[in-house]
Every structure is written in structure tokens, then in C-alpha cells.
Design a protein around this ligand. Sequence first.
Ligand code: NAD
Length: 354
Amino acid sequence: MGTFNITVIPGDGIGPEVTSSAVRVLEEVGAKFGHKFNFEYSICGGAAYDKYGEPLPQESLQKCLDSDSVLLGAVGGPQYDDLPYEKRPERALLGVRKAMGLYANLRPAKLFDALADVCPLKHAKNIDMLVVRELIGGIYFGEKGVRMGKYGREGYDVMCYGELEVERICRAAFELAQKRRGKVTSVDKANVLKTSGIWRKVVHDIHEDYPDVQLEDVLVDNMAMQLVRDPSQFDVIVTGNLFGDILSDLASQCVGSIGILPSASINDTTRGLYEPIHGSAPTIAGKNIANPIATILSASMMLKYAFDLSKEAEAVDKAVEKALNDGARTADLAQPGLPVLGTAEMTDTILKNL
Ligand code: NAD
């Protein structure tokens, strides 16, 4: 029996729909297992820009910092595309991650047996990987600007990684691998980038502390190819912010749809940010067709990592798996002969299985 204070950031686009599904699931978990989840809502992203003229008001950020954990839908939308960089909804996301010191983003991509035919890869099986993406460093946080150059105005973004930044994300990856199949694939571009040279040196130095874990280096271009060729060869994949952002979307397609991939952004405390890896999907927003599974599984990761409620997390994972095994499909997972459920109906089905 526990009491947990969760800040919910519904955000933009499909964010409010999918977070509402995850909240319903958490409430049911609370009722079934005797926990109390208190939900406090925080306005961030485009919704905050519309209301306050800025994407991350101090009060919204403070709610995140004061809670036990944060559940986020997604932010962004085409109506904000022409805003100056500081006002863009995505700034809220980077701001919350940075302020909470969430340096490790865990993105599991596991193929559900029921979705083998939805997966665009032929003969897909045994896909179970965990992308560990560095989240608050690298090119997304480096010096950036626009200046005059030889070819006219030029934009620049600096990619930089310090040894300690690489060390902490690598330790996280090795420790997670110890609890899984004991293999870490470190992805870089060490044949071209100085940043990657430091990255690779640190990974190998730190590896000496984890002799039970197998380590391999793969260049990012080869990694893109290998993920499509045979994703079952990977266990834990550790990489920087930019490569991790791109490769985890690719990993999502290996298991069927971006609509089922959760993520946890964590640090050395128990307070973290839990969110689907997808964005605000503006073209399907408000139509009750978004897949809520990625956000529901993000809530499950919160139960496990933030609140140490593994039994409850497993119950949620099993409820999702049973729904898929029984043929429940949202539009992104549509299969011939199976009816297509809306966001709310898929959530109802999962709740019934809990
Ligand atoms: P997206 O992830 O929103 O959508 C990519 C594709 O996947 C679209 O076809 C969309 O319809 C589909 N999709 C996404 N989530 C789905 C779900 N739950 N169910 C069914 N289909 C789903 O990426 P995008 O189109 O590149 O970006 C849209 C907006 O989201 C942009 O403003 C972008 O900046 C923002 N974004 C936000 C986050 C975040 O908040 N973490 C992440 C990525 C993109």
C-alpha cells in the first residue's frame, strides 16, 4: 500500500487522449492493489504557449519537480512550427528533462507474438531490445546559432560529450544488460566524429568493471542497416542523444508500430519522466484513433522504476498482451479480419484484463 503523487502533462495533439487512458489504467491498478495515486495536471508545450505565451511556465516545471514522477503525452504541432526556437513546444520537453537531470532514456522494443504479422519485417521473431539513449547532452544541448558563412547564412549545432556524461549512461547500460541477456551494443560514428572517439574510449574503459557483459561497437550507419536486417541480435543498445532519437524510432517499426513503444527517462533518483516515444500525431488528434498502448506501457514502466511496484507493472504488461492476443487492434495495428478499436475501446479492453 502506497501513496504516489504523479504530475501529468497531457500536452498537445493526441497527448490528452493517450494520457487519459494511462491515468485510467493507473487508477484501476490503485483500486486493485490498494495504492493511492494522486494526479496533478501541468500545462506544457503548445498548450502552455497558447495560454501563457511560453512553452514551459515555471509553475508547470515546479509541479514536475515537486512530484514523485511525471507522465507525459506528447508536445508539438504544425501551428507552432514558425515560432522562434525558445517558444517552440519541444523546448518544454528538453527543459523538463534537463531540470530533472534525466540523463538516461530507456526505450524497450519487444515484439509481441500477436503482432508478428503486423511487423513490416519478414519472419520477425525474438526481437527484444532496449535502447538506452543519452538524453540531456550531445547536439540537442550544444551551442547553436545562425551566422554568416562562406555560403551565406548558416545554422550550426555543436555536438559535444564529456567523459563523465558518457560514463554515467554507459554504467546504466551495463547494469541493465546484467539484468537482461548480458550484451551491450554501443553505437557511434567513431570513424568520423571526435565526440565518438571519446565516447568509444570511455565505453571500453567502463566495460572493464562489467566483465560479465559482452560489448560490441557498431557505427551508426551500419546500425540502421542491422536493425532492419536482424534486430534479434541486439539486447541493450547504448548511444548518444541524436543517434538514439533516430534509431529508437526505427526500432519501433521493427516491432509493429510507434504506437506501442513506451519510454522511461531516469537518473540516479527514483523520480523520472515516463512518456511514449511517439509525438503528438496532430493529423489523428481528437479522433479517438490513437493507440494508447505506448502511454499505458510507459505508466507500467513508472510503476516498476519509480515506485518499485514490479508486480503491478507486470499486471499491466500482461493485460496489454492479453488484449493483443485476443485480437484487439487500433488502426495503426490493423489486420485483416480483426475489428479496429478506438483509443477508448482499446483502453476498456486492457482495463477488463487487469
Ligand atoms: P509522431 O510520432 O507524432 O507521428 C509519426 C507517425 O506515427 C504519424 O503517422 C502518426 O499518426 C503516427 N503515430 C504516432 N503516435 C501514434 C499513436 N499513438 N497511434 C497511432 N499512430 C501514431 O511524429 P511527427 O509526425 O514527426 O511529429 C508530430 C509532432 O510531434 C511534431 O510537432 C513533433 O515535433 C512532435 N514530437 C513530439 C515528441 C514528444 O513530445 N516526445 C516526440 C516526437 C515528435
